[in-house]
Design a protein around this ligand. Structure first.
Ligand SMILES: NC(=O)c1ccc[n+]([C@@H]2O[C@H](COP(=O)([O-])OP(=O)(O)OC[C@H]3O[C@@H](n4cnc5c(N)ncnc54)[C@H](OP(=O)(O)O)[C@@H]3O)[C@@H](O)[C@H]2O)c1
Length: 278
């Protein structure tokens, strides 16, 4: 029996994914294995945990021993370490978590990085599935402080997107990992509705039973604020490059087709996570 190596196992998507895979088959990668039980936020750690750092490709050698397929996330802002990581991965099958921005014509540094990862995975892995995800619902956690303190979320008015629940991403990933039936496919995964920032904030407010408001901040002010908050400039510029673009309106039915259930909404996510915003 070969193992499934899950990178980003302690992250939003990874935590959902390991719940949907047989524990005996799963190996969780983390830079801080001793801290994994705490990072799982109350979830049981299913599977064995190994140390490894995607930024130090040689550190992946023990983690990859006995592994047949890898769930790969890329937590960096450049693809610099990716060729060496794919070299370590070798002929194993890879399921890569990419961005739907590539299907929406977004040409910013983050989407260019995902494009480079896709190229490397498709060229080098021994079989691949690409999951192009839209905005992940758990990004809303970044608003928790403002929601708790003022009820007003301030930020750049980036275009509306079809926010996708990380559990749905995990369900598709689990299917792609457990067999090669989705090999060679690029799947674009979205939620069920295209939502503006104001609508996203309102959905959180409805779940909380509070009136919340989104206040658009001019790009220049947003840039200054995000840089002052310590966000990397490449990330800030990637985000701001989308301000003023018309929304792509992209919605796909892929999640419903592959899971047999409608894609979950941001309202569903908000109901599950109200405690984090109180
Ligand atoms: N947010 C979005 O809207 C969006 C949209 C499309 C695609 N994506 C992609 O989805 C990926 C996963 O998102 P997420 O929200 O699940 O992530 P997350 O919650 O931010 O978690 C980050 C994960 O990356 C791991 N990690 C960070 N640096 C690492 C390193 N140097 N080596 C190995 N592991 C490292 C962390 O593990 P440890 O701390 O345990 O090492 C953690 O499990 C993102 O990286 C992004 O590329 C995101």
């Amino acid at each position: 029996m070969t193992k499934i190596l899950v990178t980003g196992a302690t992250g939003n998507v990874g935590r959902e994914l390991i719940k949907q895979l047989p524990a005996a088959d799963v190996r969780l990668l983390s830079r801080h294995p001793a801290a994994v039980p705490e990072a799982m936020a109350g979830d049981v750690v299913a599977g064995d945990v190994v140390a490894g750092d995607l930024g130090r490709p040689e550190s992946l050698v023990p983690a990859l021993d006995g592994v047949g397929v890898v769930f790969l996330i890329w937590p960096f802002l450049t693809a610099d370490a990716a060729p060496a990581v794919l070299e370590q991965v070798g002929g194993r099958r890879v399921v890569y978590l990419s961005s739907s921005g590539l299907s929406e014509g977004h040409d910013d540094p983050i989407n260019r990085m995902h494009a480079e990862l896709e190229r490397l995975v498709e060229r080098q892995a021994g079989g691949w599935t690409i999951l192009r995800s839209n905005t992940i619902a758990s990004n809303a956690r970044g608003w928790a402080g403002q929601i708790r303190s003022t009820g007003v979320v301030r930020g750049p008015d980036i275009p509306a997107t079809a926010v996708v629940h990380e559990r749905d991403l995990a369900s598709v990933a689990a299917r792609a990992l457990r067999s090669d039936e989705l090999a060679g496919q690029r799947l674009v995964l979205t939620g069920p509705q295209v939502l503006t920032r104001a609508e996203q904030v309102a959905a959180l407010g409805a779940a909380l039973g509070r009136e919340l408001r989104f206040e658009a901040v001019p790009a220049e002010d947003a840039r200054a604020q995000m840089l002052a908050d310590g966000r990397p400039s490449v990330l800030v510029e990637a985000l701001l490059s989308n301000v003023g673009r018309p929304p792509s309106g992209l919605i796909t039915s892929t999640i419903a087709e592959l899971t047999g259930s409608p894609a979950r909404s941001l309202a569903d996510w908000a109901q599950e996570h109200v405690g984090e915003f109180r």
